[in-house]
Design a protein around this ligand. Structure first.
Ligand code: PLP
Length: 380
């Protein structure tokens, strides 16, 4: 029987037809007025996305490249930094910072939970020389949302501290305005809510962060923000850019901006809520106590291996993600960031119910779907 494969993974994500069309075009040369025109347009759209007039830098790399750039360009060897380490990507901040010999205060948090405000206050009280706070606004590995505004307020009160936010699965899902949230460095990547293939990363930096560019003393060559900023202000890049991805980004940003940022955030909120409530109605437990609207992590039922369940879902045409590290085999993750609508939620819940049924669980088919339909009807 024909089965279409549907991607419900938190990166890569399905591409809108406008993006696929842009990617199918003949390449243009990047040292041309034609490219410069598109590049300037893309940078202006990114400014609208983040509601800022400041420079936004693009790198040809996956999201981790921009994470590394955030450490390399705004810190000095030996700087003390606080890492909100609540999952695989929080751990990545810690690894990058340690690799470049920053002094890491590792605030390790149980996976699926968010940080405790009092504990953060305690840590900054204990280490007044903290030069940076690192966090993911949406920790994809645990599908957890971390409030960044509070951290922005704390960071602003410290003598010389910047807030560095991994927004790779929050930008394009929430309204993320760094100037309102007190974010000094914000990074994102192409293959998540920006609805593109992997290969582009984006970096915003505040005025406060900009002052650190000249005093940073960590080794860098490709990921040099000052060098790129100078070039990119002129509509060029220091090295060959991912030309076709930039052209496609222009299309996906067009889609995002024409939907409207408030509407986009509302849509993700409804998709996530419908998924969460449907999953609970089926009798399953959510992984996160502070769930993100970009993806929903769910525990497999007792006695069932989550990866076996995922295999059943794939046989039905639904590709979802599994758990990482100690959550492997225990959870699965359903994405709803980017090019997703209400009907996608109904499909994936139907698929989940059928897969559970096929594992032999005595489940009542259609209960979750009904719940998802109700949530959607209540909100549209
Ligand atoms: C996907 C992701 C990244 C970056 O991963 P890459 O594979 O380098 O693109 C970083 N942080 C979060 C929260 C992510 O979801």
């Amino acid at each position: 029987m024909l089965i279409k494969e549907r991607l419900f993974t938190p990166g890569p994500v399905p591409l809108p037809p406008q993006v696929i069309k842009a990617l199918g075009q003949q390449i243009i040369h990047h040292r041309t007025p034609e490219f410069t025109h598109i590049f300037k347009d893309v940078r202006e759209k990114l400014q609208k996305l983040l509601k800022t007039e400041r420079d936004i830098i693009l790198f040809s790399s996956s999201g981790t490249g921009a994470m590394e750039a955030s450490v390399l360009n705004f810190f000095r060897k030996g700087d003390r930094v606080l890492i909100i380490n609540a999952g695989k990507f929080g751990q990545r901040w810690k690894e990058i910072a340690s690799q470049f010999e920053l002094k890491v205060v590792d605030y390790e948090i149980e996976w699926g939970k968010t940080y405790d405000r009092d504990r953060v206050l305690e840590i900054v009280g204990e280490f007044p020389d903290i030069r940076g706070i690192f966090v993911q606004q949406s920790e994809t590995s645990t599908t957890t949302y971390h409030d960044v505004k509070f951290l922005g307020e704390i960071s602003a009160k410290l003598e010389d501290c910047i807030l560095v936010v991994d927004g790779i699965t929050s930008v394009g899902v929430y309204e993320v305005y760094p100037e309102e949230l007190g974010i000094d460095v914000l990074v994102t990547g192409s293959q998540k809510a920006l609805m593109l293939p992997p290969g582009l990363s984006v970096l915003y930096f505040s005025e406060k962060a900009e002052k650190r560019l000249s005093r940073s003393n960590l080794p860098k060559y490709y990921f040099d923000v000052a060098k790129e900023a100078k070039k990119q202000q002129k509509g060029q890049t220091a090295y060959t850019p991912a030309i076709n991805l930039i052209i496609a980004l222009n299309e996906s940003l067009q889609l995002i901006l024409s939907e409207g940022l408030e509407n986009l955030a509302k849509r993700h909120q409804i998709l996530a809520q419908a998924t969460r409530e449907a999953v609970k109605e089926i009798g399953l437990k959510l992984l996160s106590e502070s769930p993100s609207n970009s993806a929903t992590g769910v525990y497999a039922p007792a006695g069932i291996d989550a990866d076996q369940l995922r295999k059943k879902m794939l046989e039905l045409g639904f590709r979802v993600a599994g758990g990482q590290d100690h959550l492997k085999g225990k959870i699965f993750r359903i994405a709803h960031m980017g090019y997703f609508d209400f009907n996608d939620v109904i499909q994936i819940i139907a698929g989940l119910e059928m897969a559970l049924y096929k594992t032999g669980l005595p489940i009542e088919i259609g209960k979750g779907v009904k719940k998802a339909q109700e949530v959607i009807l209540n909100h549209t």
